[in-house]
Design a protein around this ligand. Structure first.
Ligand code: S3P
Length: 170
């Protein structure tokens, strides 16, 4: 099967978790959902980690988790949306796999996340304008980190998985 690891990056609501689960189910890859793993490790939800320990502490946990994955293979990692902002995270991902960026328009992202409350950066900022601004600010880092970018607007998870797999193989 696919020996190389796949790191899914992209903005909140780009579809990383959905696509990662599908890659696991269809292609028998191991799945690591970074947010979930950090929540389990800390014994509290991301929102509480941000509120009680601060964002920087959370970012350290992300880096620690990623750098500990060097021995993995045949694994799909669903990264938190902020992961590519740190150069050391990008280096760690590149060492052990292919970095795939899932992209989506701000309007699409808004529709996907508008009823959720587990993302501290969007609490109180749940609108298309804020999402578009943060996306714009992050885009250069996403583009720099990605080996390949796959658009997700209006597409099924299966379609996206197929495109990812053919890009990773090719
Ligand atoms: C974040 C994205 C979230 C989570 C945290 C911060 C970000 O993950 O890690 O709320 O900085 O974009 P998802 O992209 O899985 O929502």
């Amino acid at each position: 099967m696919h020996r190389k690891n796949i790191f899914l990056i992209g903005f909140m609501g780009a579809g990383k978790s959905t696509v990662a689960r599908r890659l696991r189910d269809i292609y028998g890859m191991r799945l690591i959902e970074m947010d979930e793993q950090i929540e389990a490790q800390e014994g509290m939800p991301i929102s509480k980690i941000f509120a009680t320990r601060g964002e920087e502490y959370f970012r350290q946990l992300e880096t620690g988790l990623l750098t500990g994955l060097q021995q993995e293979e045949n694994t799909v990692v669903s990264c938190g949306g902020g992961v590519p902002m740190r150069e050391c995270n990008v280096e760690a991902m590149r060492k052990s796999g292919t970095v795939v960026c899932l992209s989506a328009r701000p309007e699409t992202i808004y529709e996907r996340v508008r009823h959720t409350h587990n993302r501290p950066l969007l609490e109180g900022n749940m609108n298309v304008e804020y999402i578009a601004g943060l996306l714009q600010a992050r885009l250069p880092k996403y583009m720099e980190a990605a080996d390949v970018t796959v658009p997700t607007d209006g597409r099924s998870a299966e379609e996206i998985c197929r495109e990812i797999l053919s890009a990773v193989k090719g």
